[in-house]
Design a protein around this ligand. Structure first.
Ligand code: PEP
Ligand code: MN
Length: 340
């Protein structure tokens, strides 16, 4: 349920209302916009008498929210959320595009540093690199683990880029926090690992939540809700392709999800054309399509020597291809009302 307050409601009036709602055992999320203040009620709203709420002088409208997600919903928070990435000055959401780039996995200090400098020079805002890799085969390279985290942190510091990396289990959370990971990535395979979602929800670190391989948009937003229900509202969604009957591409990039998410939620959404297609030659054009469709940013796999990458080489672009893409995005962004 949401309550829209009349403009210029005195603080004391609003507080009286909040106290009355809390007394019924509900939680109240307040979202103050430029034009209106919205109160979102979470809990068993059956106990709320709409007529009684309506009788408060400060109340403009009362509406029941039809969707099962609350804090992730646009109704609860009409304005777009802009997520600050620590104190790096980088934000995700809003007018400026966020470009996350780097290799699938961290391999050596030289590799991650080299890519970090290259993507920073081309204009990326955030460095990616996996240290804990969710691989289909247990015999494939599983990532460098803690050593990889150190390499990523050092490379990020040198290139002056905040860093993002994937977490696979909650017991690694203390190491992620100590090691200065700026954004925690929840991979597609863990989108419904509810204990992991709750654990990252207890931190206040930005969390990039990838869409599950076969997840509906509603299931995906419910997973975001798990994180937000624990108090962490710094959630960024990432569309990375879904499983369909098509086998030409690794997955099928669902760009309509960008529009659906923007309508249903205030959370920023970025697009990962690398995992969506599995094909290097498709990445740049689909990155542009994603920006044209309204994505708030991109996640792109970039490798200094993709043909010899330890993971996902076929979908990784070279630093030169990435620099070309950034040039194109600089031309495209203003056409679709964005900055880069
Ligand atoms: C990744 O970003 O490295 C990754 C494993 O992606 P996904 O979870 O989308 O497959
Ligand atoms: Mn990958």
């Amino acid at each position: 349920m949401i309550i829209v307050l009349k403009a210029n409601t005195p603080k004391e009036e609003a507080k009286k209302l909040v106290d009355a709602i809390k007394a019924k055992g509900l939680q109240v999320d307040i979202s103050k916009g430029a034009r209106q203040t919205v109160m979102g009620l979470v809990g068993n709203t059956e106990v709320v008498d709409v007529e009684q709420i309506q009788s408060y002088e400060c109340v403009d409208k009362v509406m029941r929210v039809e969707v099962p997600y609350k804090r992730a919903s646009r109704a609860f928070h009409p304005q777009d959320s802009v997520i600050p990435v620590g104190n790096s000055g980088v934000t995700i959401g809003g007018k400026k595009l966020a470009v996350i780039a780097g290799p699938c996995s961290i391999e050596t200090p030289d590799q991650i540093e080299g890519v970090a400098y290259d993507v920073a020079k081309a204009g990326a805002n955030i460095l990616r690199g996996g240290a804990f890799k969710p691989r289909t085969s247990p015999y494939s390279f599983q990532g460098l683990g803690n050593k990889g985290l150190d390499m990523l942190r050092d490379a990020g510091r040198k290139a002056k880029l905040p860093v993002i990396t994937e977490i696979m289990s909650a017991d690694k959370l203390p190491v992620f926090l100590e090691d200065g990971v700026d954004i925690i990535q929840i991979g597609a395979r863990n989108m419904q690992n509810f204990d992991l979602l709750k654990a990252v929800g207890k931190t206040r670190k930005p969390v990039l939540l990838k869409r599950g391989l076969s997840a509906t948009i509603e299931e995906w937003l419910m997973s975001a809700e798990y994180i937000m229900a624990e108090g962490n509202h710094n959630v960024i969604l990432c569309e990375r392709g879904i499983r369909t009957f098509e086998t030409y591409t690794r997955n099928t990039l669902d760009l309509s999800a960008v529009l659906a998410v923007k309508r249903q939620s205030h959370l920023p959404i970025v697009v990962d054309p690398s995992h969506a297609t599995g094909k290097r030659w498709m990445v740049a054009d689909l990155a542009k399509a994603a920006v044209a469709a309204g994505a708030d940013g991109l996640m792109i796999e970039v490798h200094n020597d993709p043909d010899r990458a330890w993971c996902d080489g076929a979908q990784s672009i070279t630093p030169a291809m990435f620099a070309d893409l950034m040039d194109s995005l600089r031309k495209l962004a203003p056409v679709v009302g964005r900055e880069i």
